[in-house]
Design a binder for this molecule. Structure first.
Ligand SMILES: C[S@@+](CC[C@H](N)C(=O)[O-])C[C@H]1O[C@@H](n2cnc3c(N)ncnc32)[C@H](O)[C@@H]1O
Length: 301
C-alpha cells in the first residue's frame, strides 16, 4: 500500500522540489504534464504507507512549503490518495512519453519505440531512474535547443551536473568528439553511465565522475574543453564560475541554465567580472539560459 501525493507544481518550484525530494532520499516521484499544456505540471510522489504516519506527511509538506518562501508564493495544496497495490514504477512510466525537443531531438523512454512521425529525429534513449533530466524540464530543453543551434561538432564537451546524462548524449549525437561529465549525486553518475550504455556509446566517448569541477579537471589531465554545459541552479553556477576558466579553453564557450530569468542580471554581472561575455540569451517560461564566451572574437554562428 502506498500514499500518493498529487501536488500542482508551479514552474519556479519544480527544480527546488525535485532537489529537496532527492535530498530527503525520496526518489519515487514523477512529473505529470497536462496534455497540450506543458506548463501545467503535477508532481506525483509515492510513499510506502506503513512508514508514513499523518504527522510525518504533514511534516513533509511543511518542509516542502518552505521552498516557496523565497519566491514569495503560496504553497499549492496537494492531495493524498491511498493507492492499493499500485506499482509506482509502472505509474511513473505511464506518465512519461516520447518527447520531441527542438527541431532534431527525440527523448525516448528506454522501454518505448520511436513513433513513426518522429523516426527522422535524433533519438536519445533515457532510463533516468531517479536522476534529474528526462529532457522535459524547461532548463534541459533550453540547453538541448542551444546545442542544436550551434552543434559541438568535433568538440570536447564538459557536462557539469550531468543528471541523467541527457546533455552529454545529445552532444555526442550532434558530433562532439567526447564528453566528460560530473555530478555530486551518485545516482546521477549511475544514471549517466547506464544511459551511455543504453545509447550504445563507448565508455571512452562519455566519461563520468562523482564530484564537481575539481574532479572534472582531474579527469581532463590538463586538457581544456571547447564547450561547458552547466544546468544547475543560479547560486551554484555563481559559486562554481570562478573555476570555469580553468576548465574551458580561451576560445571556448559555456551554456549555463538552471537560472530563473530574474536571476540572470546578477549572474551576468558575476560572469562579466570574471571575463565572460554573454553571446546569447534564451528563455522558456520563467527559466533562462545564458551562452557565454571567454573569447572576445567568438560570436553566434
Ligand atoms: C538541474 S539538474 C541538470 C541535469 C541535466 N544536466 C539536465 O540538464 O537535465 C542539476 C544536476 O546538478 C547536480 N549538481 C548540483 N550541484 C552540483 C555541483 N556543485 N557540482 C556538480 N553537480 C551538481 C545535481 O545533482 C543534478 O543532477
Amino acid at each position: 500500500m502506498w500514499w500518493r501525493l498529487a501536488l500542482p507544481c508551479p514552474a519556479e518550484l519544480e527544480e527546488s522540489l525535485l532537489w529537496k525530494l532527492s535530498d530527503l532520499g525520496l526518489h519515487r516521484h514523477a512529473l505529470q504534464h497536462a496534455p497540450e499544456q506543458r506548463d501545467q505540471v503535477t508532481l506525483l510522489l509515492w510513499l510506502p504507507q506503513p512508514e508514513w504516519s499523518s504527522t510525518d506527511r504533514s511534516q513533509l509538506i511543511l518542509t516542502l512549503a518552505a521552498l516557496a518562501k523565497p519566491f514569495g508564493m503560496a504553497f499549492p495544496e496537494g492531495r493524498w490518495d491511498e493507492v492499493a497495490d499500485e506499482d509506482w514504477s509502472l505509474s511513473w512510466k505511464q506518465h512519461w512519453q516520447p518527447d520531441p525537443v527542438g527541431a532534431r531531438f527525440l527523448i525516448l523512454p528506454a522501454w518505448l519505440e520511436a513513433p513513426p512521425e518522429h523516426r527522422e529525429r535524433l533519438v536519445i534513449r533515457m532510463d533516468p531512474g531517479s536522476a534529474f533530466g528526462t529532457g522535459s524540464h524547461p532548463t534541459t530543453r533550453l540547453c538541448l535547443e542551444a546545442l542544436e543551434a550551434r552543434p559541438p561538432v568535433g568538440e570536447l564537451v564538459a557536462d557539469l551536473g550531468c543528471g541523467s546524462g541527457v546533455l552529454g548524449l545529445a552532444s555526442l549525437g550532434l558530433g562532439a568528439e567526447a564528453v566528460v561529465s560530473a555530478d555530486t549525486d551518485s545516482l546521477a553518475v549511475r544514471a549517466t553511465t547506464d544511459n551511455r550504455a543504453l545509447n550504445e556509446w563507448e565508455a571512452a566517448r562519455l566519461r563520468v565522475v562523482l564530484g564537481s569541477l575539481d574532479e572534472l579537471l582531474q579527469l581532463l589531465e590538463g586538457r581544456q574543453v571547447d564547450l561547458l554545459l552547466c544546468n544547475i541552479l543560479a547560486p551554484v553556477i555563481e559559486a562554481l564560475a570562478p573555476g570555469f576558466e580553468r576548465l574551458v579553453s580561451s576560445k571556448g564557450r559555456a551554456l549555463l541554465s538552471g537560472l530563473l530569468v530574474d536571476q540572470a542580471p546578477r549572474l551576468k554581472r558575476v560572469l562579466s567580472d570574471l571575463g565572460w561575455r554573454v553571446i546569447r540569451e534564451a528563455e522558456q517560461g520563467r527559466w533562462g539560459l545564458l551562452e557565454v564566451s571567454r573569447s572576445s572574437t567568438s560570436s553566434i554562428s
